[in-house]
Design a protein around this ligand. Structure first.
Ligand code: PNS
Length: 160
């Protein structure tokens, strides 16, 4: 039995939504330490720089004990090993997420033994995604309900 139960919540978080925050909060209730890990993806430029995402996530998780925010490059299993994490935690909003996530969970376990734990997305947030929020916001729609207030302020600034 490992001394510290440590988990990783990996993702793009461009930007972090209330759905992300819900999963991180629930992971923090299950594990002594949670690393929120933002993928640095050289093939995909985000709306927000990775450093900005680190800042946003650090701000919105500041009151959650045991949560740290970092970026990572390469394979998530290598990051998990470096941090001594036994599991990664991800939210599942529905069947599309499941179909996308299941092969990655198998592959990651094959590569490293790291388990993937899925938390069902909060029922009132299953239609929330970073990409949809950006699309609606770009079109002038109201996305207040889907983002923590500090993230919403940054998005408005970015799209102004
Ligand atoms: O928020 P996203 O974009 O759905 O997150 C996807 C992410 C970052 C969790 C996934 O693409 C990932 O783990 N990428 C790191 C590279 C990697 O390990 N790829 C092999 C997965 S089997």
């Amino acid at each position: 039995m490992p001394e510290v139960r440590r988990a990783v919540c990996p993702g793009s978080y461009d930007p972090p939504t209330v759905g992300h925050l819900d999963v991180i909060t629930r992971a923090a209730a299950l594990f002594a330490e949670v690393y929120v890990a933002i993928l640095v993806n050289p093939r995909k430029e985000g709306l927000f720089a990775v450093e900005e995402r680190v800042e946003m996530l650090t701000g919105i998780t500041a009151d959650l004990p045991g949560v740290r925010v970092e970026s990572f490059r390469g394979l998530v299993v290598d990051y998990c090993r470096e941090r001594g994490a036994q599991a990664m935690v991800k939210g599942l909003r529905g069947a599309t997420d499941y179909d996308y996530e299941l092969p990655m969970a198998h592959m990651n376990r094959h590569l490293s033994g790291v388990e993937t734990l899925f938390l069902p997305g909060a029922p009132d947030q299953v239609y929330v995604s970073s990409s949809l929020v950006k699309e609606v916001a770009r079109g002038g729609g109201d996305v207040t309900a889907f983002l923590p207030p500090s993230v919403h302020a940054r998005l408005r600034e970015r799209l102004a």
